[in-house]
Design a protein around this ligand. Structure first.
Ligand SMILES: [Zn+2]
Length: 198
C-alpha cells in the first residue's frame, strides 16, 4: 500500500473546509468564476489547481477535485467550466470518508439543485402594520402561516383575536338562523424552516 503523507490529508486553511461549517450546516453558494489553474500553496508547496470562487462575499474558495466536479456537472447540466458561473450548489460535510487509508471529513457538493431554502422575510400584520411577534408559545412564522390560512392575510396575535371575535359574532347570527354545525378548524402543520403550511 502507498504511504500516506500527512500533508495530503491536512486541508489548506485558505480554502473552504470542514472548519468552515457548523455541525450539520449546509451552505448554498453561487459559483462566481472558475480559475482553472490557480496557484495553491499547501504544506507540500505550490501547485496548480482548479478553484471555484463564489459570488457571495465572505466565503473561502473551493478547490475542485473529481467528486466535487462530477456533482457540479450534474447540477449545472454541463461539464464545461464556462457554463458554471451563476450555478447554485449546496455544500455539506461528509464524515467518515476513507482517503489515503485514513478516515477524514470532506466538503462535498450535493448532486442536485439546492434544497435549503432561504427564509423569506416575514410580512407585517395586515391589520395594524406592526411586525408579527411570537405569541401563545408559537413563533412569529407559525402565527403568520396560521393566520394566512384562516383569514387569508398574515396577522399579529392581537388582530387575529379581534378578527376571531368578529367572525364568532357573525357565526352566532348565522347559526341561530340556519343552525349550521360549525366544526373546529384543525391546526395546520407548519414547516418551521420556511413557515409554509404543509
Ligand atoms: Zn396586528
Amino acid at each position: 500500500m502507498e504511504k500516506i503523507h500527512w500533508k495530503k490529508v491536512v486541508s489548506d486553511p485558505n480554502y473552504i473546509g470542514e472548519a468552515d461549517f457548523a455541525e450539520g450546516e449546509e451552505k448554498v453558494l453561487t459559483i462566481g468564476r472558475i480559475n482553472a489553474a490557480e496557484t495553491v500553496e499547501t504544506a507540500e508547496g505550490k501547485s496548480k489547481k482548479a478553484v471555484v470562487h463564489w459570488k457571495e462575499p465572505g466565503h473561502k474558495p473551493m478547490i475542485l477535485n473529481v467528486a466535487r466536479s462530477k456533482n457540479i456537472e450534474k447540477v449545472a447540466g454541463s461539464p464545461y467550466f464556462e457554463d458554471w458561473p451563476g450555478v447554485q450548489v449546496q455544500l455539506y460535510i461528509e464524515h467518515g470518508i476513507k482517503a489515503f487509508g485514513e478516515v477524514v471529513s470532506a466538503v462535498r457538493v450535493r448532486p442536485h439543485k439546492p434544497r435549503v431554502q432561504r427564509q423569506a422575510p416575514l410580512p407585517p400584520c395586515t391589520d395594524c402594520g406592526n411586525p408579527i411577534e411570537p405569541a401563545m408559545g408559537k413563533d412569529a412564522r407559525w402565527l403568520a402561516a396560521y393566520t394566512t390560512k384562516n383569514y387569508g392575510v398574515p396577522l399579529c396575535a392581537g388582530c387575529a383575536q379581534k378578527r376571531k371575535e368578529a367572525t364568532a359574532e357573525t357565526q352566532q347570527e348565522a347559526e341561530s338562523s340556519a343552525e349550521v354545525q360549525q366544526t373546529e378548524e384543525p391546526i395546520p402543520e407548519v414547516n418551521p424552516d420556511t413557515g409554509e403550511v404543509l
